[in-house]
Write a protein that binds this ligand. Structure first.
Ligand code: F6R
Length: 242
C-alpha cells in the first residue's frame, strides 16, 4: 500500500485527478469505479477542467458506482444517481449507456446485486477504483462487521454513517437506512485502487486502514492486501500516521 500525504484537500484532489487522467490516456476504454460524497468532489471538478481544456476523452470510458440508497429514485436530488450526473457526468463526454450505478429501486435487491456484479465482470472488471472512506473506515457502504461481505449486497447503514450523511438532508429521519453497495471482493478485484481522505475526522480511519490489523471491523484495512492500492490524504487525515 502506497501512502501519499499532501498539504491540502486541493493537492489531494489534484493527485487523484492526475491518476484518473493518466489511466484514461493510457487505456481510453478504461473501466472506472467511482464514489460519491464530499471527498471526490474537487477531483471531479478537476477532471471536468482537463476534459474542457485539453480534451480528456471519456467517450470510451465505462463507470461503475460503488453504491446507492435503497428506495431512492434516480431523479431524487439526494440520490447518488443525481449526484454523479450533476457533479460529473453531465460535464464530460461519457456515453449514458456506459454509466452504471446500482438500482436502489430494484424490487429484488439480491438479484440486482448479482446483475451488477455480472455486468462488472462482463466489462472485464474495474481498472481503477476510486474510494472515499467513512469515519468508521467503511468503503463503499461496507460497514464494520464480523465478516467481509464479498459481492454487491444490501446494507443497513451504521448510526455513525446515518449521522454523517444527515448533513445532506433536512433532518436525520430523512436519511435512508439501507443502501446497496459493491462488496469487498468486487472492490479488491479492481486492478488499481485509490482511496482518498481529507480532514481530521478521517484520521482514525486512515490510521486503522494503513497501520491497523486487517479486520472487517475496519473494512478499509483489507486494502493492505491489495496489490496496487494508493491512499492519498491531506495532512489532517494523515495526522495519526507514524
Ligand atoms: C460513497 C461511498 C462512501 C463515501 C464515504 C465518505 O459512494 O461509498 O464510502 O466515500 O462515506 O464520504 P464523504 O466523502 O462524504 O466523507
Amino acid at each position: 500500500m502506497r501512502v501519499i500525504v499532501t498539504n491540502s484537500y486541493d493537492e489531494m484532489s489534484t493527485e487523484a485527478a492526475k491518476i484518473v487522467a493518466g489511466q484514461i490516456y493510457l487505456k481510453p476504454d478504461s473501466v472506472l469505479g467511482l464514489a460519491t460524497g464530499s471527498t471526490p468532489l474537487s477531483m471531479y471538478k478537476k477532471l471536468i477542467a482537463v476534459h474542457e481544456m485539453i480534451g480528456l476523452d471519456f467517450s470510451q470510458v465505462t463507470t461503475f458506482n460503488l453504491d446507492e440508497y435503497i428506495g431512492m429514485a434516480p431523479d431524487n436530488p439526494q440520490s447518488y444517481h443525481y449526484f454523479m450526473h450533476h457533479n460529473f457526468f453531465d460535464f464530460i463526454n461519457i456515453k449514458p449507456e456506459n454509466i452504471y450505478i446500482p438500482d436502489g429501486m430494484a424490487k429484488d435487491i439480491v438479484a440486482e446485486g448479482k446483475r451488477y456484479d455480472a455486468l462488472i465482470e462482463a466489462k472485464g472488471g474495474i481498472d481503477l477504483q476510486i474510494l472515499g472512506i467513512g469515519q468508521n473506515a467503511h468503503i463503499g457502504f461496507n460497514e464494520p462487521d464480523i465478516k467481509f461481505e464479498a459481492t454487491t449486497h444490501k446494507v443497513r447503514l451504521d448510526e455513525e454513517t446515518i449521522q454523517a450523511n444527515s448533513r445532506f438532508f433536512q433532518t436525520e429521519e430523512e436519511v435512508p437506512r439501507y443502501a446497496i453497495s459493491m462488496g469487498i471482493k468486487t472492490i479488491m478485484l479492481a486492478k488499481k485502487v485509490v482511496l482518498l481522505a481529507n480532514g481530521r475526522n478521517k484520521a482514525e480511519a486512515i490510521y486503522n486502514t494503513v497501520c491497523g490489523s486487517i479486520s472487517p471491523s475496519a473494512p478499509a484495512s483489507i486494502l493492505q492486501l491489495h496489490r496496487d492500492a494508493t491512499v492519498i490524504v491531506d495532512k489532517e487525515a494523515a495526522s495519526l500516521l507514524p
